[in-house]
Design a protein around this ligand. Structure first.
Ligand code: AQP
Length: 347
């Protein structure tokens, strides 16, 4: 049985979203919502793989939901909810804990980066995070996952899990009416955002990230015009003027990053951006980049602040979204329990 095209993606409520989330994932989400059934999640179960203060988690969950909507996600068209409210995610993650192999998880680079040297003290949840991510996608039999470059390895793992589940339970799956024996689709990563890997403003070799201790390393969607301009002014550069051709950005990570951000914000290619700004000194270029950033992000920030003043409305949107998400996941989970061999009500 061919699986219906369905899009799933999510972000963690671990603070304000930043320009990397926006250019790497969010803009693709908005594009996909025009033509496909889309499910977008605030992944609060993922957030607690590292300690979260409960009051902060509540605030960040609403903040991320508001950021999705302010960036253009239409909660009537797409399904928008927070992960903890649909129990299928946690249930399927457990089953996947029993399908995925330790060796597969040992290869995950994000765990190594996040656990750091003190891996004995990392939570079991942080280690098993990719299994939960596979469950997020496959609880809806989703076929496409728009993400930034850093998530590619996790989606490949989700495909391996789906494949192993289909192989292990083939007979049962066919008996359930899936003639080709594939209960789960192999989800495709969609890494086509205008900025699939936005780097830190303080270090062109490090990914822009919510958890970087320096706030100057990122532009938050909630930053006001003055803060955005200041952060760009302080961004690390090198002493040379900008090149006129892309080849001239080689071995200049900061220049490459800033021009990449400029091009993404302007909706043009890096080559075309360099036709425009090639030869400029960074001081002049930064004014252009600051203006482009402010004109794109300031309205988003203003809308986020407006929505955060109406938390009841945000909660209503999330509750409604969870109900619609459950309506898709529940029948899939019911079939899945039977396929695995769990005894329960028929029909
Ligand atoms: N720097 C980035 N460039 C492009 N895309 C990015 N994404 C994240 N950072 C960049 C994409 O945003 C989506 C959501 O990510 P997430 O919040 O679930 O977790 P993350 O990838 O771990 O993001 P952060 O900012 O680095 O958070 P922390 O610091 O809390 O871990 C994903 O699609 C991701 O690819």
């Amino acid at each position: 049985m061919a699986h219906k095209e369905r899009v799933f993606s999510g972000m963690q409520p671990t603070g304000s979203l930043h320009l990397g989330n926006y250019l790497g994932a969010m803009l693709q989400w908005i594009e996909w919502q025009k033509t496909r059934e889309c499910i977008y999640c605030v992944v609060d179960l993922h957030a607690i793989t590292v300690w979260q203060d409960p009051a902060e988690l509540r605030k960040s969950t609403r903040l991320v939901a508001a950021s999705y909507i302010a960036s253009g996600l239409d909660p009537k068209k797409s399904i928008l909810f927070n992960q903890s409210q649909v129990t299928a995610h946690a249930e399927l993650a457990w089953i996947f804990n029993c399908v995925a192999r330790l060796g597969w998880l040992n290869r995950m680079t994000q765990f190594k980066e996040k656990a750091g040297k003190d891996r004995e003290k990392a939570s079991v949840g942080l280690y098993a995070y990719p299994n939960l991510m596979a469950a997020d996608i496959l609880a809806y039999q989703a076929t496409h996952v728009p993400v930034g470059e850093d998530q590619k390895q996790h989606i490949e793992l989700a495909r391996d899990i789906a494949q192993k589940f289909n192989n292990d339970f083939r007979e049962s799956i066919v008996a359930a009416g899936y003639e080709d024996g594939n209960f789960f689709p192999l989800p495709e990563p969609v890494i086509t955002g205008p900025g699939t890997r936005v780097m830190s403003l303080r270090d062109g070799k490090k990914k822009m990230s919510k958890s970087d201790p320096s706030d100057l390393s990122r532009i938050n969607l909630t930053d006001n015009a003055e803060t955005i301009a200041r952060k760009i002014k302080k961004a690390k550069t090198d002493p040379e003027p900008l090149p006129s051709e892309e080849a001239g950005l080689k071995d200049r990570p900061e220049a490459q990053n800033l021009v990449g951000i400029y091009a993404a914000l302007e909706g043009i290619s890096v080559g075309d951006a360099l036709k425009d700004v090639g030869g400029l000194q960074f001081s002049e270029f930064k004014t252009r980049l600051g203006d482009a950033s402010v004109s794109k992000l300031e309205p988003v920030g203003a809308e986020i602040r407006r929505m955060m003043d109406a938390p009841d409305e945000l909660d209503r949107i999330l509750i409604d979204g969870a109900e619609r998400a459950r309506a898709i996941a529940d029948p899939i989970m019911k079939q899945l329990r039977d396929i695995v061999g769990f005894v329960g009500p028929k029909g």
